[in-house]
Ligand binder design. Structure first.
Ligand SMILES: NC(=O)c1ccc[n+]([C@@H]2O[C@H](COP(=O)([O-])OP(=O)(O)OC[C@H]3O[C@@H](n4cnc5c(N)ncnc54)[C@H](OP(=O)(O)O)[C@@H]3O)[C@@H](O)[C@H]2O)c1
Length: 340
């Protein structure tokens, strides 16, 4: 009989390829937790084999208990931007408890790196969504592998953001310019399809994956590498320009710079002192990547391990651009931008 996998966040950008990867294997029946079962995304997921929808909110105890009924395996991606740091830590721990109580056998927490610790507690690298998720990882490490096995999947910036938040601008002379506050650092981009394959490997291989923190990325890509991959794939001129974070936040912000991330969550107050503004959060986010060049800085990936467990993974920005026929034009990926 198929094992039921609950995917919390399954109708989001990260969750969709996970649902797709698991639904391709009849040994899994996939249940997607979403607040909106009538969305286009939910309908598309329902059209896949062995997929069902559980309606509910990942920060509602009763909804979670209902969604977890009869579940064997789980993948959990909470929404940092909606919750804020404190509520993400609470719900990250609470969902784990509920999974244990529901009889889940193997649980995957979708995490981000512990940027603050890696930087030697430098406030300049304090990134809210990394803090919430990594504190939950650290707490999980104190838990035994019984009665529930657990694994962590640590991701990072989706390369698909080159379609939207990180897309280049085209100058009148036809040159494409990638403007990031990256200096000579590097971004270990993550390809969403490979996230799906990594989750499938973790669930397929519990004897190896239980207790592991699987850190996934394509390659550590500098700004120059992104621009030269673009030219190689499209034949069009491109260059990288490092810009101050203040300029990036003005030209292409992920939200209003003074907006406190998580302030709309009902458990937080609008002026909640535990929340970071978009400006604080994303300036520090770039600081982290400025210090991560060449897989020798703050953030490191074991690429040999990834090559073994995800054979056929996308290994370079150039390979990804070829795969998706990248043009630099806008395409919607992140749900909060597209409204789907
Ligand atoms: N963008 C990146 O490059 C990146 C990289 C690594 C990790 N992440 C992490 O991924 C998480 C976001 O997931 P995603 O990338 O899949 O984003 P997304 O496409 O915007 O999807 C948002 C997801 O969050 C859920 N959600 C729950 N409560 C929500 C609320 N109040 N408002 C909006 N959405 C809510 C949505 O569920 P419904 O189906 O109910 O709408 C949906 O599954 C964040 O925690 C972020 O830190 C992002």
């Amino acid at each position: 009989m198929a094992q039921t996998v609950l995917v919390v966040g399954g109708a989001g950008a990260q969750g969709i390829p996970i649902v797709q990867a698991l639904s391709s294997d009849p040994k899994y029946a996939v249940r997607v937790l979403t607040r909106n079962p009538d969305s286009e995304t939910a309908k598309e997921l329902l059209a896949l084999p062995n997929v069902s929808i559980a309606t509910g909110d990942a920060s509602n105890e009763a909804d979670l208990r209902k969604a977890f009924q009869g579940v064997d395996l789980a993948f959990v991606n909470t929404n940092s931007f909606a919750l804020g740091i404190r509520a993400e830590i609470y719900w990250g721990m609470r969902i784990f408890d509920i999974a244990v109580q529901s009889g889940v056998k193997h649980y995957i927490w979708s995490a981000l790196e512990d940027a603050l610790t890696l930087s030697g507690y430098d406030e300049a690298c304090r990134v809210g969504h990394y803090e919430g998720k990594s504190r939950v990882t650290e707490w999980m490490k104190s838990k035994p592998q019984t009665p529930m096995k657990w694994s962590v999947l640590t991701t990072g910036p989706y390369i698909e953001m080159l379609h939207e938040l990180l897309r280049p601008t085209k100058l009148d002379d036809g040159t494409w310019v990638f403007q990031f506050p990256l200096k000579d650092g590097a971004v270990p981009f993550v390809h969403l399809d490979d996230v799906g394959r990594a989750v499938k490997w973790i669930l397929d291989t519990p004897e190896e994956s239980a207790g592991l923190n699987v850190k996934i990325s394509i390659e550590h890509a500098s700004g120059e590498q992104v621009a030269s991959a673009f030219t190689a794939v499209t034949g069009q001129p491109a260059r990288y320009e490092s810009v101050p974070a203040t300029q990036w936040l003005k030209d292409s912000p992920p939200g209003p710079p003074s907006y406190k991330m998580g302030s709309q969550y009902e458990g937080n107050t609008p002026d909640d002192p535990t929340l970071l503004t978009v400006e604080q959060n994303f300036s520090n986010w770039w600081n982290l990547y400025q210090r991560s060049a060449g897989n020798t800085g703050l953030l490191k990936t074991d690429y040999a391990f990834l090559d073994r467990v995800i054979p056929g993974r996308v290994k370079s920005v150039r390979e990804w651009m070829e795969k998706v026929q990248y043009t630099g034009e806008r395409r919607f990926v992140i749900k909060s931008y597209s409204g789907n």
